[in-house]
Structure formats: C-alpha cells, structure tokens
Design a protein around this ligand. Structure first.
Ligand code: ADP
Length: 407
C-alpha cells in the first residue's frame, strides 16, 4: 500500500508519499504561502535532482491538497498513475490532550476531540484540522489516521505531569505537562533498543531531541515517564527562539519594568510577553545573533561572548536533564541524540557528555565524529551506550497508518 503523510501548518502543507512495501519515499513536497500571494508547491524525489513546481494562488488548504494530488499523479512528474493508488493518509496532529494515547482512525468524534483541544494547541490544531478537512474533500473515501505529537507522553505519572498549582486547574482546565516531539522520542527510543539488539521494555533510555525546538524524554522500560516540554513547547531547555524553563515571576517583572524609548511599557500584554518568550528568546535572544546553532557555533568559535553563553546554556540544560532523568529512572542504559543539533552537533555532544563517567557514560571522541548517521558513539568501556539515531517521524506515521487501516 502507498501511504500519504500530511503535516499541515496554518499557511503551509508538507507531504510525503511512502510505498509501504519497502518503506521507500516516492516523493516529498511542500506547499508554502497558502492564502498568501505567491503560493508555491515544490515536489522533490529522494536521490534525484529534478523537482516539480506549481506556482499559482492557493487560497485555502483545499487548493493546496488538489495541487498535491495533481503533482503526485502528474503524467511526467508524478509517482502514481491514479489517486486510488494512495491507500490511506496519515496526518500529524500536534495536541491530543489527554484523550489520545495512541494514533487513531479519523472519524467525526476524533475531529470533535481535536477541535476540543484547540485551547491547548491554538496555533497548530486548527491548521491540522484544515489539512484533514481539505484531504477529506479532495480524497473522499480514503481512510485517514491522526498521529498525535503528545500521545507517547501520556504514560507519564501524575508526579511528573502535574504542576504545583491548585489541583482545580488540572481538573477544570486540564493544566498539566503534555510534552511534544512524542513521535520522534518514540521512534528513536525503539530504534535505539533495536540497534542494541535489545527490547525497549528492558532498557532505561534518555532521548535528546535537539532541533529548532528541543525536548528531552525519559523512557523507562519502553514508556515515557517524563519529558521536558510542558503544556506548550515553551518549557525545558533553551531552544532556537524559545526561552525554555524559568521562574514565572520573570514575566511580571519584565512586563512591569521594561520601557521603550518613550517610557511606555515595552510589553503590551501577556500575549505580547508570550510572543517574546516563544519567538525572541532562547539562542536568538541570548546571542542577539541567530536562532540557528550553526551560526551560534560560528560566532562562539570566533570569540563572540554572548554566542558562547547561549551555547553553554543549551549544553548545561541538556546535562541537567540527563542527570535528573537518570536519577528519576534509577539509572540509564542508553542516551540518544537526535534531530538537527543532536544528529550533527559533534562538539555539542562531546560537551554534553563531559564528566559523566561517574554514572558510567563515556563518549569516544573519534566515534563521535559523525553527522546524521546511526552510530554507537560510546567508548568501549562505557556502561551506558551513547547513540546518534537520526529521527524519522514520517515512518512512524506511515506505519501507524498502515496498521490501523489494515486492522
Ligand atoms: P526542526 O526542529 O525545525 O525540525 P531540525 O531538527 O532541522 O529543526 O534542527 C535544526 C537545528 O539543527 C538548527 O539549529 C541547525 O543549526 C542545527 N544543525 C543542523 N545541521 C547542523 C550541524 N551540522 N551542526 C550543528 N547544528 C546543526
């Protein structure tokens, strides 16, 4: 069966068509600027240089999905002859709240539940819904599956997911830690166990997903028991533009005291404050240079002090989570690095793993010279395995979709 994977954003739509016979990717595409002048679809093919581009105004996700099908079935640049060859669609959905502990076939009740979770994922869930509705419109009768970014973390116990605020806010408003990047943490923890020739159920694994957004996860015998992101992806280590964890009183202090050149409050309201924490903080906010780790590395290496501090803050944050998750699980068998920074950041991995010999983890600097490749980078005498595992959220979505529609 061929499965289409769709990740819809508010003005974009990413897709991949996977042939499940050998799990090969037939085509990958991106539709940008949906509803904005200059809409564009670009379709690429793994291992090929050529690409197929459609440039025409796409007012909504429906036109984006129509063009996606047009590109996939195009006589010259398509990869299937007819739309019917696409057996099912797997959709990425950000927030499943407490309702979804695993992937599900989409029906009206599931759509309603995704809608109910909009207050928890106000930017992503509406976009995900638009993507699902558009696909349903242009591919009527094709089964669709929702794969939630929060689902893997639903096994956390209350002591890990509750915040220390009055319990009524959890009962009435569902205020709690949900965690994100669940599909990635699930994939790399399972893959790590396979790589080691063991079962995830027999291991304690700490997974470090370090990209533009970064999150850490403690996977105890196959189950997530803690993760660093919270009710939103803002919590945890410092990220590209997100602050990570802090004393919440910082918000009030900045709002009360930060003034612009005319002496007026710099931050208008709490939404404005959250915008600063989400978009102007983290590596970008500290360094004043960039949110991209490669730029931070470049600047830090040429002596920029703030870039050095930004990098050190990320490294320090990751180390603190590794220490605390090892303590939470009563030990650790494997530490896994994934996503852009985790897979490619040779120096960062080395810095993160410095001095962990006391808990049996030691990196081999030579083996660690690897980018974007599955590898055991631990020293021969390291009791804890340190692994680089490139993430593959798409394959999880494709596999879940196949399993659910062929049940
Ligand atoms: P996203 O969270 O958007 O999926 P990625 O997983 O692609 O992001 O990660 C993006 C981050 O990975 C950026 O900070 C980028 O600088 C970093 N990155 C990519 N390649 C390298 C590299 N060779 N060395 C260090 N960091 C890298």
């Amino acid at each position: 069966m061929k499965i289409l994977i769709v990740n819809a954003g508010s003005s974009s739509l990413k897709y991949q068509l996977v042939d499940m016979q050998d799990e090969s990717v037939l085509a990958k595409g991106l539709v940008e600027r949906i509803g904005i002048e200059g809409s564009k679809l670009t379709q690429k093919y793994p291992g090929r240089e050529d690409k197929y581009v459609i440039e025409e105004y796409m007012p909504t996700h429906v036109e984006a999905c129509s063009n996606m099908l047009k590109a996939l079935t195009d006589q010259e640049f398509g990869v299937v002859e007819h739309m019917d060859e696409i057996g099912a669609v797997g959709h990425c959905v950000l927030h499943g709240g407490e309702k979804f502990t695993e992937s599900v076939v989409i029906d009206e009740a599931v759509m309603d539940a995704i809608r109910e979770n909009i207050p928890l994922g106000p930017l992503h869930n509406p976009a995900n819904l638009m993507g699902i509705e558009a696909c349903q419109k242009v591919m009527p009768g094709t089964p669709m599956v929702a794969v939630f970014d929060t689902a893997f973390h639903q096994t956390m116990p209350p002591k890990a997911y509750l915040y220390g605020v009055p319990y009524k806010y959890y009962e009435n408003l569902h205020v709690r830690r949900y965690g994100f990047h669940g599909t990635s943490h699930r994939y790399v923890s399972k893959r790590a166990a396979e790589f080691l020739g063991k079962k995830a159920e027999d291991l304690r694994i700490i997974t470090c997903h370090l990209g533009n957004g970064s999150s850490m996860c403690a996977v105890d015998h196959g189950k997530c028991v803690d993760t660093s992101m919270g009710i939103t992806p803002l919590e945890g280590v410092v990220m590209g533009t997100r602050s990570g964890s802090m004393d919440p009183a910082v918000l009030q202090f900045i709002m009360n005291n930060a003034k612009d050149a005319n002496g007026n409050p710099e931050i208008k309201d709490i939404d404005d404050m959250l915008n600063v924490l989400n978009k102007k903080s983290g590596l970008l906010g500290i360094s004043g240079i960039s949110s991209d780790m490669r730029d931070i590395d470049g600047a830090a290496d040429s002596g920029n002090e703030r870039a050095k501090i930004a990098r050190d803050m990320l490294i320090y944050g990751i180390r603190k989570y590794i220490g605390s998750y090892a303590a939470a699980m009563g030990g650790v068998d494997a530490i896994v690095f994934t996503a852009g920074i985790g897979e490619n950041g040779i120096e960062l991995r080395e810095a993160v793993m410095q001095g962990f010999e006391y808990m049996g983890a030691k990196l081999d600097p030579e083996k660690n010279k690897v980018k974007g490749e599955e590898r055991d980078v631990s020293a021969a005498d390291s009791k804890v395995k340190v692994l680089v595992i490139p993430t593959n959220e798409e394959i999880v979505i494709a596999r879940d979709t196949l399993e659910l529609v062929t049940k």
